[in-house]
Design a protein around this ligand. Sequence first.
Ligand code: XMP
Length: 516
Amino acid sequence: MDDQVLILDFGSQVTQLIARRVREAGVYCEVMPFNTDPERIEAFHPKAIIFSGGPASLTGEDTPRAPQIAFDLAVPILGICYGQMALCHHLGGTVETSDHKEFGRALLDVKDGCALFDGVWEPESQHQVWMSHGDRVVSLPEGFRVVATSAGAPFATFADDDRKYYGVMYHPEVVHTPDGARLLENFVRKVARCTGTWTMAAFKDEAIAKIKAQVGSGHVICGLSGGVDSSVAAALIHEAIGDQLTCVFVDHGLLRQGEAEEVVTVFRDRFNMRLVHEDASDLFLGGLADKTDPEEKRKIIGGLFIDVFQEAATKAGDAEFLAQGTLYPDVIESVSFSGGPSVTIKSHHNVGGLPEKMNLKLVEPLRELFKDEVRDLGRELGLPESIVGRHPFPGPGLAIRIPGQPITREKLEILRKADAIYLDEIRKAGLYDAIWQAFAVLLPVRTVGVMGDARSYDYACALRAVTSTDGMTADSYPFDHTFLSQVATRIINEVKGINRVTYDATSKPPGTIEWE
Ligand code: XMP
């Protein structure tokens, strides 16, 4: 790839959004910590570099500085917020702590034209931007001119047109800077002259070539759960190496209604993949009998999953590789300021420790993608919408949605039916894609009701639906009451065993998404 942009991370909460915007402009980019080994930065061959924002102060002693390599490469540089000050400081300008701090919406006064503003903002106009700074630039390095100001930042945008260095004090990557995405597009397309031809189809072809090169004639095992990430990884690897891939689907008996059947139909029948379907529900339900503690349930499921997967993988033949659907947000090395950069790489919940145990090398073809890009790739590969658009579903499945009570086949059946009705109503109302995750929970309590003329004594179920962007924080979805009543009526009428339905209005924090 010769048309790519590097984002150097100085620790901002929104660095990933810069990457999103650049990719939306059709340009491939990656995020690396500001203090990445210069050789690695050079080897990436960036056509331009963006310095992100960050929480530190350049007036402090041991705070991040712009790396010399960025300047040695003689490519365009855009500094955002802290990145702007780091750029300025490196080239001999001055930054100081300001009395006039700006946080939130601010008005930008555009004084002059520049390549970043081309076709977006005219000189002598005012625009809304999002600011978040305590320090500010007070004198510019040689070669720079002021392009825009704000009440708290006399150098809110500056430019060195010859070297193609630009600094903006505001955050163009956030939606509160309404024209920000177009400024970033100008930087990567017009200033850096990237072609903007990065598409999912191009990514797919390149990923297939990489998989072939990595795997050669080797055999790959892939754990398939029916979730978006493992499904897309499997479909992509299958397109690359066909029968050298075996997918192992461990059916723990804790899936939603129709889910196991769909995995088999789509992957074995339609895609013609070598698929081992291990129906291990007796083993899992046996292991969970009488267990009520959530952590104990999770440990049992995790342990059995590895045993079953390992056995099935061994039966499937001598594999050298294990495929995983690890995504970009899981592998970005985040910057922390207490003691240098820290690496936070989430281990995969379901097959943790397995690669070492089975002596397998990893194939992770989605490592560069964000979740919605994975969905686009899935569509490109011909996966059905019911899989690519699916809500997240936890590895331990319905076991953590039958809290505080032993799990039985009967309770699973009741929960599956209620959950399916709820999701059916959500789809019919056109709300599925507006919701991050929706599901029913079977509560460990039976209550009295009247059905017809008879007294009932059945389970209560809770409905949960949340909006979220990453699952870390979430809000309860504000259904209207008529919708909730309709779902409650259908569940009580159609599901034998439930006579009461409640809606969970808790946000996260303080609640979690799952009940456990
Ligand atoms: P909580 O309940 O912690 O959930 O707010 C956050 C997100 O993570 C999902 N989740 C899991 N996913 N294995 C998974 O693959 C798990 O063990 C697991 N536990 C929770 C949950 O569904 C939500 O999307």
